[in-house]
Design a protein around this ligand. Sequence first.
Ligand SMILES: Nc1nc2c(ncn2[C@@H]2O[C@H](COP(=O)(O)OP(=O)(O)OP(=O)(O)O)[C@@H](O)[C@H]2O)c(=O)[nH]1
Ligand SMILES: [Mg+2]
Length: 484
Amino acid sequence: MSTQIENIIAQAKNNNEKLLLFAYFFVILGTAWSLFQTLGQAWQTSDIVRPLIYTINIYLGISLEEFSAICFGFYVGLLLLFTIDPKKRWQGVLLWFGTISGLLALLTVDLFIPNINFVANSIWVVLGLLVGITIGGGRQALQVQTAQSLEFRKAAQLLFSIISAIIIIGLIEYHVSFPEVIAVSGSSVSIASVSPSISFNSDGAFLNFLLAGVFIATLNRFVEYDASKSYFVLGPKESGKSLFLVGMYLAALNEAESRVSDAPLNPSGDLMNLVSNLDSGSQTSGWDIGATDATDVNDLHFNYISGKMFPKNISLFGLDYAGEYLGDLPSALVSSPSDIDNTTLNVLKDEIETTDTLILVLDAERYSDGENLEIEPYFDILKSLSDKNVMLVATKADILAEKFKKDRGLEAYQYFNEFQEYVNQELTEGNQNIRTLVQDTSGTEIQPVYYQTRVTDSGERVPMRDSRGNVNIVGFDELLEKMG
Ligand SMILES: Nc1nc2c(ncn2[C@@H]2O[C@H](COP(=O)(O)OP(=O)(O)OP(=O)(O)O)[C@@H](O)[C@H]2O)c(=O)[nH]1
Ligand SMILES: [Mg+2]
């Protein structure tokens, strides 16, 4: 059930980024408005923060107005950086609206904007702005970009910390009456006689803290750069695991090139080896990827940016290992590491246990040939790892695509949604193991992927290549999007 809900959320996230934008817009605007009205009142009756700030002002020799101007400039500087960050553009725009909403809310209690003479204090605003931009990482914007994409993580983090701190401290001030410890009169500061009476004013506390929670949680999502997700590909021997990982990389590469912002993929050396093996071919070459060596565990990973309006970095980690191990994994997963004498198996066990999503490979070629899919180990693996997310991927779906064309007269790559439906129906109706697997993973949809292929004169199936020797992949883009 929970995976189903997660699926729905994931789909809504992927397909309806615009809807999400609307939702965020109203949440930010509404919560900021309501919270900052409360915070304005908190300021007026403040027992701790306001006297403290007055105290600092007296010692530094600047007025509250000048201090406010500096803070305002500082905040705007951070927000500017956040907005020019290519990954945070929309979040930045939303936060500008939230800021305006908050300032208008303060205006209703005659605070902040009406008290600052921006012309007379422009020097302080500019000073704050420069400090904000410097601390927020503005120097980075001037550098020529190399292996890192342009990100202002520090500005984002600071914005989050400052806004959250203001809200939390403000709400505590609002709801808790502290004894007046610091007394400020004119330009003198003294410690007032302490009358120990802390009282809690619970009026509207629930709503206020709820709004604060929603606001801060939303803000937290805004400033996040990394969706930390890891994937582990499971599949029997020769089911197309290595080529699947290569296909994912090629799809990510295509996607990265179509983005305006720079997005280095930083692929691992092992991955590049596989890619160049496949890529080195001429128009008539075959796969040129051998079976993975039984003693090898290749680390295949690359970075990838998912999402158009609210992009996030995703690190895709895949381990490429020989499919022979699949059969040994179920028992390895339930034994302790010291009982497993094979180091590779131990590495695989470790990785599977720490990963959050398992990608289970279904070999569509074997299915079409009526052969055993050899996916029985999946059931035991799923039983011992019940908390993992699961994705089902049908590799080598080109054979089903040909059948799809024959049955429906449609090209799979043009009518991909229809094709995916077709593959799901075909595989679940044609194979009881797959049917059980889909059932066991609460109706997870099977994702077909394939390289376009042709059959040579000698009856061998080889990838279709263009005149430059490039292969053509289908379904990987869609899958990448789902992974985001
Ligand atoms: N028709 C077709 N065949 C494919 C496709 N992908 C892989 N194959 C075939 O499947 C074979 C095995 O692919 P690999 O990616 O090496 O499979 P693997 O699971 O890594 O194999 P091991 O490392 O030996 O466990 C390839 O040599 C191809 O012949 C595909 O999209 N379409
Ligand atoms: Mg392999």
